[in-house]
Design a binder for this molecule. Structure first.
Ligand SMILES: [Zn+2]
Length: 419
């Protein structure tokens, strides 16, 4: 657990400072003894000496390594990860980016209901303030709900600020399901949707078939639907799995400990539950068996923490592009590797935000556009670490912000984009 360890270390350093000041008043031999490490800050012996740790072993809980092989508990009760909020003393240039440098498409929009003029006007004024030119409404809705949203948008003066994706319902998958789903897809596209999504994470994680078994991502009953995407030439925007750590035990090694403790329903770590690797295998099998179907893997396919793996996936599946929603914390902690990745795969990445929180978009712009260093992510429970800017070249920014989305989703508004 990052913060705890940092906290312990810092409190220890403060203690060491006090210890050294006291030692300066004592004789040199004592000072040497203090610094040599047997008993740091042991005035009055209250803290006791450090305990040893075997080479290559971690210090026991509640202690930190103060010198090689010597573990020490702080003399003050350490704060919890919730309460430890150190002020950074780093003085460095800051370049907040309230508006994207180029007009952006959010391909992963969850704006909530957009069925009244008020809701639409409110969204548009927020989008203007961020330089979001188009939002793809990715609420996975079909039939009546879809046509109501499309109707309201098309009746408004802002019809080119939104495009809408249709939805798939995976209930009752069995013989004949695929053909019916393909028919519904066709009807939804006729009504004005320009693709499907976000196919929700429950598909693969929790959705079951009528016999109670888990519906696998690559279930053959779904094949007619995926084939229809190819025939109709629209992409399937699909969310598979969750961040890798959600599948791991909730212990103090889990870098998403806080999130999983706050939101227990995000855990997928019980015996018998599907594993991360199983879902990746099924997803890749789906991509492989439908090479003519274009897929958009949401959230970088949950490989933003392993860009080499994502690169391999993109190399293997030319029919796949990725979307960058809700993985900014992984890009911002490896800005050089992420920049290299974005440059190399500049035709395969689209901006998307996921959860609609207007205040959070500017952090995306800042990570993508600036070379700023050591700034906060917007949610502590996602990332206990700091962000660094990737300073993407303009040509890459344009592709990520809008050019790739205009190519992948046919039927996007075409006017008014920079060259
Ligand atoms: Zn998602």
């Amino acid at each position: 657990m990052h913060l705890n360890r940092k906290a312990v270390a810092l409190i220890f350093v403060a203690g060491l400072g006090a210890g050294l000041a006291a030692s300066a008043r004592s004789n040199q031999a004592e000072l040497r003894r203090d610094v040599a490490g047997a008993a740091y800050g042991s005035e009055g012996g209250q803290r006791g000496g450090g305990t040893g740790s075997a080479p290559g072993q971690e210090c026991p809980p509640g202690t930190t390594e103060v010198r090689p092989g010597n573990c020490q508990a702080p003399g003050e009760a350490p704060p919890s990860i919730l309460d430890y909020r150190p002020r950074s003393t780093l003085v460095t240039a800051e370049h907040p980016v309230p508006k994207a440098k180029f007009p952006a498409v959010d391909v992963h929009g969850h704006p909530g209901a957009l069925t009244t003029p008020d809701q639409i006007n409110r969204m548009v004024s927020i989008m203007d303030s961020l330089n979001l030119k188009v939002m793809l409404v990715a609420e996975n809705v079909s039939g009546d709900r879809l046509t109501r949203t499309l109707g309201a948008i098309n009746a408004s003066p802002h019809k080119d600020r939104f495009r809408v994706l249709a939805g798939v319902s995976f209930s009752g998958v069995g013989p004949g399901w695929g053909a019916k789903a393909a028919q519904q897809l066709e009807a939804d596209l006729k009504a004005g949707a320009i693709g499907v999504g976000e196919v929700p994470k429950s598909f693969g994680l929790r959705t079951t078939k009528p016999d109670g078994s888990r519906l696998q991502v690559d279930d053959p009953e779904l094949d007619p639907l995926w084939a229809a995407f190819a025939r109709l030439d629209v992409p399937a925007f699909i969310h598979t799995a969750e961040p890798q750590e959600f599948f791991q035990p909730l212990d103090y090694k889990n870098e998403r400990w806080l999130e999983l403790a706050l939101f227990p329903d995000r855990r997928v770590n019980q015996p018998g539950q599907v594993t991360f690797e199983q879902l990746m295998t099924e997803r890749n099998h789906l991509f492989r068996k439908h090479p003519k179907t274009r897929f958009v893997a949401a959230h970088f396919g949950w490989h933003a923490n392993d860009l080499a793996r994502l690169g391999k996936m993109l190399d293997e599946f030319p029919n796949v592009t990725v979307e960058a929603g809700a993985i900014l914390y992984d890009l911002g902690r490896q800005p050089r590797a992420a920049r290299e990745f974005f440059v190399k795969y500049q035709d395969r990445i689209m901006f998307g935000k996921d959860s609609f929180q207007p205040d959070e978009y500017p952090l995306y712009w800042r990570v993508f556009e600036t070379a700023d260093e050591y700034f906060d992510y917007y949610r502590d429970y996602h990332a206990t670490w700091k962000m660094y800017g990737m300073a993407l070249p303009d040509e890459v920014l344009k592709k990520v912000y809008y050019k790739n989305a205009l190519r992948v989703f046919k039927g996007m508004p075409t006017a008014g984009w920079p060259q």
